[in-house]
Design a protein around this ligand. Structure first.
Ligand code: SF4
Length: 302
């Protein structure tokens, strides 16, 4: 049966061989085998053969179109994602007091703003010379440390010798115990709370801060709390509790109750340094921490 395409291919090969393009032989001949199966009307013109070969490319082209469709589908999926993102944006636009959530962008912006404000305040503290005796004896001021977006602030008394050296609050033995209370007792990370003291300078010999020193430093504490806006404060020891709540009650009498500083809930317990000297009262401290956790809505593991 005379299949003209076969003849056409042979003619084409001959033409190409005459032209010195022998490398084309193998693939074209292999194409020839399949070309024999389907009779194709052609005059054997190489151009027509090439057109026929191109026609066989239509299927891959369709496949390509399908791939394009898949791509379009992918884009459709992306569109859904985009809608989701837009929906997320819509959620973010709902006031936080209605959703009970704070948009991530707002949180980051807020954090930066709080960090900047705390940085500015810490620079003022570093230059403060209101308490002449403390200024003469301090290595550096100890401003505070932690997460400015926290709900919980731990308030201590004043920097000790280790804190004075390192410029960070609660980094000595008492600080290790406080870390244990936070991480092992409360099951939260220390870096997720904020820790500061009533005084930002170490009293010589770790003596108790004088009332006038606490009064001098009070604006810095008030401004720190105003910037952070915590919902809970845990006072560590009598100096913290009495200065924050403006009372003369001993801390032992203040335990077990919830007090308020402005609209912030305040729990009072013993100072970790006092616990180191009196390990027997760790049990009472744990009760105070459990009360704090209960107020914060945290699960208490007894
Ligand atoms: S304790 Fe406070 S008020 Fe006194 S010098 Fe230090 S930073 Fe200033």
């Amino acid at each position: 049966m005379p299949y003209r395409i076969r003849n056409g291919l042979i003619d084409y090969l001959e033409i190409m061989q005459i032209a010195g393009v022998s490398e084309l032989g193998a693939p074209v001949l292999s194409d020839c085998v399949s070309a024999e199966i389907v009779p194709v009307k052609t005059d054997g013109n190489p151009t027509e053969i090439i057109e026929q070969q191109n026609q066989t490319n239509e299927i891959p082209n369709k496949n390509i179109e399908n791939i394009e469709n898949i791509e379009i589908n992918k884009n459709t999926e992306n569109n859904i994602n985009t809608e989701n993102i837009e929906n997320t944006k819509n959620i973010e636009q709902i006031p936080a007091e209605k959703t009970g959530e704070i948009a991530q962008d707002s949180l980051i912006a807020m954090s930066k703003s709080k960090i900047d404000l705390l940085q500015e305040l810490s620079q003022k503290v570093a230059q403060c010379a209101r308490c002449s005796e403390l200024v003469l004896n301090r290595t550096q001021t100890v401003f505070g440390a932690g997460n400015p977006d926290t709900q919980l602030v731990f308030l201590g008394e004043a920097p000790g010798v280790d804190e004075d050296k390192r410029g960070q609050p609660f980094v000595g033995r008492a600080g290790v115990l406080l870390s244990d209370i936070i991480t092992k007792g409360m099951k939260i990370r220390r870096e997720d709370v904020y820790i500061c003291n009533v005084l930002r300078c170490r009293p010589p010999g770790n003596r108790t801060p004088l009332p006038e020193e606490a009064e001098h430093c009070k604006p810095f504490l008030e401004q720190t709390l105003e910037i952070i806006k915590p919902k809970f404060i845990c006072c560590l020891g009598a100096v913290a509790a009495q200065n924050l709540l403006q009372t003369t009650m001993p801390v032992g009498s203040m335990r077990g109750n919830v007090y308020y500083y402005k609209d912030i809930k305040v729990i009072c317990t013993y100072h970790p340094a006092y616990l180191l000297r009196n390990p027997a009262i760790k049990k009472q401290t744990w009760e105070d921490i459990q009360l704090l956790m209960h107020e914060m809505g945290l699960t208490v593991n007894k």
